[in-house]
Design a protein around this ligand. Structure first.
Ligand code: MF3
Ligand code: CO
Length: 291
């Protein structure tokens, strides 16, 4: 928190109002919570109205791309073909696929099938077959603003066990969202996700989490699900982050493919499922930005 800002100075949030009538008491409340030993957000994690509007424009494309994939995905298609649709749809709408060339990532999307936990790289050699479950993870940049969300898809006839995994992974998002509100903690959300998965006998991947997102693809805070209620970062209005737990049917351990350096797999070869929502903390709860 900046200490130097005067009561009559313009507020740091760029509302154009004086600090004393805008965010001063908000900052004082955060400072008290910090003094009590909690982790609190910086001002640069709190988006302005204008930034939120830009991020929502980006998310319109992100959602449209996911809807487009949902309408066209089918048995016999390669994951490369999905990636092609993502690239075409995104660029036709004026956006840029955020994964493309991100830290050397070679494709426009992530397509993670069955025991692939996340960051599956689309390939012409990976053909979708009946019984597969997969995550398609889409991220878009538009005018410098980022959006990021993912969904699961079931191909043809899928076993009841895998269907349940996909359903419970989605319900984990609902359980987490219930805990997204100002002056709560990310650990409230994390524990809710973990407890829900655990109650169905599943495990939640520890090493890979969600993230702040909006002005960059990946921003602070890191968002885990093995956290406890009342711990981790304070949530305040204007924060935007993803909730994207990877739910394993079997054991929690994962490994990264050492040939491509990206794709995570379950160590036991059992399936994993993930949905990802991008969420804004509001004055009275949350608003979904992309899903
Ligand atoms: N939604 C994914 C994430 O936040 C997107 C990863 S794209 C990649 O991890 F380029 F990093 F693979
Ligand atoms: Co993400």
């Amino acid at each position: 928190m900046s200490q130097k800002i005067g009561r009559n100075d313009p507020c740091w949030c760029k509302s154009g109002r004086k600090y004393k009538v805008c965010h001063q008491s908000f900052d004082e409340k955060i400072a008290r919570i910090k003094d009590a030993g909690h982790i609190v957000p910086d001002h640069d994690m709190i988006k302005t109205k204008e930034q939120i509007a830009g991020i929502k424009e980006s998310a319109k494309i992100n959602i449209a791309v996911l809807d487009y994939v949902a309408g066209h995905i089918k048995e016999g298609m390669s994951t490369e073909e999905i990636d092609r649709m993502v690239y075409e749809k995104t660029t036709r709408m004026g956006g840029v696929p955020a994964p493309l060339n991100y830290q050397g990532y070679p494709k426009s999307s992530c397509t993670s099938v069955n025991d692939q936990v996340c960051h599956g790289i689309p390939s012409k050699n990976d053909i979708l077959k009946a019984g597969d479950i997969l995550n398609v993870d889409i991220s878009t940049r538009l005018n410098g603003y980022y959006s990021d969300s993912s969904r699961m898809f079931c191909i043809g006839e899928v076993s009841p066990e895998k269907q349940k995994l996909v359903r419970v992974a989605r319900e984990c998002i609902d359980a987490g969202l219930k805990e997204v509100k100002p002056w709560g903690f990310l650990g409230d959300m994390g524990q809710a996700v973990h407890d829900y998965a655990f109650s169905h006998g599943y495990t939640v991947v520890r090493e890979i989490g969600g993230h702040g997102v909006g002005l960059e693809f990946h921003e602070d805070p890191w968002v885990g699900y093995n956290s406890k209620r009342g711990t981790e970062m304070l949530m305040v209005p204007g924060m935007i982050f993803t909730i994207e737990p990877m739910i394993n049917m079997g054991r929690v351990e994962i490994y990264i493919d050492d040939k491509n350096g990206w794709t995570a797999y379950t160590e036991d070869g059992m399936p994993s499922a993930q949905w990802e929502v991008q969420v804004l903390v509001t004055e009275d709860g949350y608003e979904i930005i992309s899903y």
